[in-house]
Write a protein that binds this ligand. Structure first.
Ligand code: FAD
Length: 497
């Protein structure tokens, strides 16, 4: 409540925040978590907590009056539609030259993401987090993160036989015919549950096109893993629909945190002030960067490092579709959970997920989300006149990522005698190069912070989320965000508390 004093306040309930909450509580420290999104624990009028990808509704978007779907067009038909403004689950945050998709709610990105749980190849780790001891990460923290997140792998014999992964088998055939490495990608969606969905014995989720606006069954989001265990300690409380707007040193020590309570239209219904001995910034790469940059510029935390706001990257995300021949249908039933990838990182700087388009009809399309090795990094800055934080990302920077993705798909198209789809991202637009799902950086480890996430200039302030990672993880990021948070919180508990 207003005026309270807490030992630890955590801003955000995504991967970094959830790891910090569990480990601090297990060490006996009471923790208060503040989350601007909703709790996502109550069914709507249709009896479901989460909306289906095929039928976005008021629950789907964060304070938008029109959907902003990643695929904007299909066979010439625009897909977006009007929805009531609501504190929905997916934020398509517009920075002018890039749209940054993020999860909103208790569980952060784990509520909306594809669940792909990928540990980078060890040989590539020094490019991901150069200042971190790789042996410790691969011996201790990656295994710990994978175990706690409930990561599992698909049974390849089921993959080989189920209609739901025909699209992925077509992806495999085309990758292998062009001599690319094809990998099965682990996931936090329970593949045993998915097999039961296929058998018709449980309610369907992955096989009923649920993913982008939440999964009602089957997926182990943070609500089922780290956060459940954190709450079970009895030491963790979570305030949903509460947004942190300010952090500054308190006169008697510790930090004053200003928090706005929101209603479901985004209106502010109350403003509260809390004092905390320690504050963990776990608002995600964008949320943490925006807060820190604004606090530094507006004199609330003037001694933050000049590195705060820098080193932001998009993990080189770019999407594309290929048009298959009539003899290569990808199937009307497509599991919404991707479980395969094409690894051309060493030769072409690209790792491509074979992704579904779960429309429920045959599309003859193969669809891919590529993660690419891009050199471009942007910076968040405070625009005092406009009263907002801006990001200087340039749309043209995506060309490097397109070229790297082409190292895979030009070759496959040549081999198969196929072409790119030109309808998915607009009329005659091949590349989905206007967005990222993987914002990383802005409070980079060892630059804006020390080597464990302690923010320079302010004892007791920490960054512990994707903002620590300098822009690229070579694969999907959440396992690395989780493992790094495990490493950092262990050190912080041992030495700071
Ligand atoms: P987040 O998970 O983003 O959590 C931050 C939380 O802080 C959010 O809940 C936010 O609402 C809250 N917050 C922000 N600002 C404030 C504030 N001022 N006050 C209070 N609360 C605040 N990664 C993978 O590894 N595999 C995938 O398959 C995958 N698929 C994805 C698909 C989509 C559509 C998206 C959007 C992302 C996907 N990702 C995937 C990325 C992954 O979800 C993110 O990298 C990850 O969630 C980031 O974790 P985090 O702890 O840094 O922050």
């Amino acid at each position: 409540g207003n005026g309270a004093h807490v030992p630890v306040l955590i801003i955000g309930t995504g991967y970094g925040g959830s790891v910090a909450a569990l480990r601090l509580a297990q060490a006996g420290v009471p923790v208060h978590m503040v989350e601007m999104g909703m709790a996502w624990d109550t069914p709507g009028p249709d009896g479901k907590i989460f909306a289906n990808t095929r039928t976005p509704d008021y629950r789907s978007y964060w304070l938008r009056t029109r959907t902003k779907q990643p695929i904007v067009n299909f066979l010439g038909f625009p897909l977006d539609k009007d929805v009531p403004r609501y504190t929905g689950i997916l934020d398509a945050e517009d920075f002018g030259e890039i749209l940054v998709y993020q999860g909103r709610g208790v569980g952060g990105g784990s509520l909306v993401n594809g669940g792909m749980a990928v540990t980078p190849k060890r040989a590539r780790f020094s490019s991901v987090l150069p200042s971190v001891n790789a042996a410790e990460m691969y011996d201790v923290y990656y295994p710990r993160a994978n175990a706690e997140l409930g990561v599992n792998e698909i049974d390849v014999s089921w993959f080989d036989s189920t209609p739901a992964y025909q699209y992925s088998r077509v992806g495999r055939k085309h990758a292998q015919r062009s001599n690319f490495d094809f990998l099965y990608v682990p996931n936090v969606y329970d593949f045993d549950y998915m097999e039961q969905e296929a058998a018709g014995t449980v309610p369907k989720s992955a096989l009923a096109a649920e993913i982008l606006y939440g999964n009602n069954h089957g997926k182990k989001s943070l609500q089922q893993t780290y956060l459940a265990r954190a709450k079970a300690t009895g030491l963790v409380t979570i305030s949903a629909l509460h947004r942190v707007t300010s952090v500054s040193p308190a006169s008697g020590g510790g930090y004053t945190v200003v928090i706005e309570q929101l209603d479901t239209t985004g209106g502010v219904t109350a403003t509260k002030t809390v004092t905390a001995d320690r504050v963990f910034f776990a608002a995600g790469s964008v949320g943490t960067s925006k807060l820190l940059v604004r606090m530094r510029a507006t004199g609330k935390l003037p001694n933050l490092s000049g590195e705060v706001g820098k080193g932001w990257g998009d993990n080189g995300n770019v999407m594309c579709g290929r048009a298959n021949h009539l003899w290569d249908p990808t199937g009307a039933l497509q599991s919404s959970i991707p479980t395969a990838g094409i690894d051309n990182w060493d030769d072409g700087g690209a790792f491509a997920e074979v992704a579904p388009i779960p429309t429920g009809i045959e599309t003859w399309a193969s669809f891919y989300l590529s993660i690419t090795d891009t050199p471009h990094r942007a910076e968040f800055t405070w625009n005092a006149a406009a009263g907002r934080v801006e990001l200087n990302w340039q749309a043209s920077w995506k060309q490097v990522s397109i070229d790297r993705a082409k190292s895979i798909f030009d070759k496959i198209n040549r081999k198969e005698g196929t072409i790119y789809r030109t309808d998915l991202f607009g009329i005659y637009k091949i590349w989905g190069d206007h967005l990222t799902y993987h914002p990383l950086g802005g409070a980079v480890l060892g630059k804006a912070t020390d080597n464990y996430g302690r923010l320079h200039g302010y004892p007791g302030l920490y960054a512990i989320d994707g903002s620590l990672i300098p822009g690229n993880t070579t694969v999907n990021p959440f396992v690395t965000i989780t493992a790094l948070a495990e490493r950092n919180i262990e050190k912080i508990i041992a030495t700071d508390l």
